[in-house]
Design a protein around this ligand. Structure first.
Ligand code: SF4
Length: 396
């Protein structure tokens, strides 16, 4: 339906790419891989009679293979990579007291909002690409090579909770020679529809595992799907990077839950790190006002445009209400608890990835691969068709 393709912020209406994905799946000259965002696994079951928060990664993997995807991977792998990069960036800036607070940058609706209305804050945004885009950049560069194919013949499909991710995948800076890092983005509702169209009986599928190496993730990479998750994942890394001690209790509960603006102060090696977590653009607006007036001060601010974070994205199944969001978030934290590894820095896949691929690159090359920059979109309005008639106008 039309609602499936409408962004929560009312900003973006993007056509479904289901047809393009069907075509790619049938095209023998293409290798088609899929990445599953954290929030999708705890919501997809709702489309097939399940409850919000049911973790259906196993059945989803089975369904995707039946649809013809060659490999089933996890955006949470790239979220682990984001944690590593973002935490290092945070620590460097924290130590130098430079461009604080750092704002997270993995929600493209927030990034676009900042570009349109708060260009004075753009230097404070983390330069990290989002997990979706890190995933695309990494597989097009390294995985295509490993398979011995051209990046254009490796089709990357993302399963995402929102349409803002479609807009993000189309940003110019995430294409090279006309080849996008992420070719197509499908929302949870859209992939459910494809599974139904293919006549697959989801409930009756036997669960399957994801593929290695990019199907391997830690709990830190999975909690990205709920509000507070990115901050918590970064804290799990920052604690160990700053203190050289092992973090025993990984649960930073102060940043969890559905309160619109959450605050926490965490003592890291004798210094207090002040964190704010905000979700829902109305709350974002309120918090930014307070930050700009100097009423509040933070070192790190996690921002998600959707209420509840990505579990509440507008491409998620209906009803997408507070109750469903809460249950999905609970599912996200259960998924974390079920995994053996809860810290991105402990992931063998991440560590091997740094050694095997990134160690050979220069600082600039790594920056180009995993980081990005932002532009004042007011100035470039004429070129950006996405901006006209945007619902974001109303809340500015
Ligand atoms: Fe998309 Fe919402 Fe998540 Fe932002 S918070 S990435 S708009 S689902």
């Amino acid at each position: 339906g039309q609602c499936a393709s409408v962004c929560p912020t009312g900003a973006l209406v993007v056509k479904s790419e289901r047809e393009e994905v069907w075509e790619a799946l049938q095209d023998e000259s293409k290798t088609v891989i899929v990445q599953i965002a954290p929030a999708v696994r705890v919501a997809i079951g709702e489309e097939f009679g399940g409850k919000p928060g049911d973790i259906e990664l196993g059945k989803l993997a089975a369904a995707l293979r039946r649809l013809g995807f060659d490999k089933v991977f996890d955006t949470s792998f790239a979220a682990d990579l984001t944690v590593m990069e973002e935490t290092r960036e945070f620590i460097a800036r924290f130590k130098n007291n430079e461009r604080l607070p750092i704002f997270t940058s993995c929600c493209p609706a927030w990034v676009k909002y900042a570009e349109q209305y708060h260009s004075d804050l753009l230097d404070n945004l983390s330069s990290c690409k989002s997990p979706q885009q890190m995933f695309g950049a990494v597989v097009k560069r390294f995985y295509a090579k490993e398979l011995g194919i051209e990046p254009k013949d490796l089709i990357v499909v993302s399963l995402m909770p929102c349409s803002a991710k479609k807009f993000e995948a189309r940003r110019k800076e995430f294409s090279h020679n006309g080849v996008r890092d992420v070719d197509y983005v499908l929302t949870t509702q859209e992939i459910a529809r494809m599974i139904k169209e293919a006549g697959i009986i989801f409930d009756e599928l036997e669960i399957e595992s994801l593929d290695l190496p990019f199907g391997f993730a830690t709990g830190a990479g999975v909690i990205f799907g709920a509000t507070g998750g990115v901050a918590e994942a970064a804290l799990r890394a920052a604690y160990e990077m700053l203190t050289d001690k092992t973090l025993e209790d990984v649960n930073f509960k102060a940043v969890r839950g559905m309160e619109g603006i959450k605050e926490a102060t965490v003592n890291l090696n004798g210094t207090d790190v002040k964190i704010a977590v905000v979700h829902g653009l109305g709350n974002v607006k309120k918090l930014l006002k307070k930050i700009k007036s100097g009423e509040v001060e933070y070192h790190l601010v996690e921002v998600m445009a959707c209420p509840g974070g990505c579990v509440g994205g507008a491409g998620q199944p209906f009803p997408n209400d507070t109750e469903a969001r809460k249950e999905r978030a609970a599912g996200i934290y259960r998924a974390d608890r079920m995994l053996q590894i809860h810290k991105s820095q402990d992931s063998p896949v991440i560590n091997e990835f740094y050694q095997k691929h990134l160690a050979k690159l220069s600082h600039d090359e790594i920056h180009h691969l995993l980081h990005t920059n932002y532009g004042n979109r007011r100035r470039i309005r004429g070129e950006e068709i996405h901006l006209t008639g945007s619902g974001l106008e109303e809340i500015s």
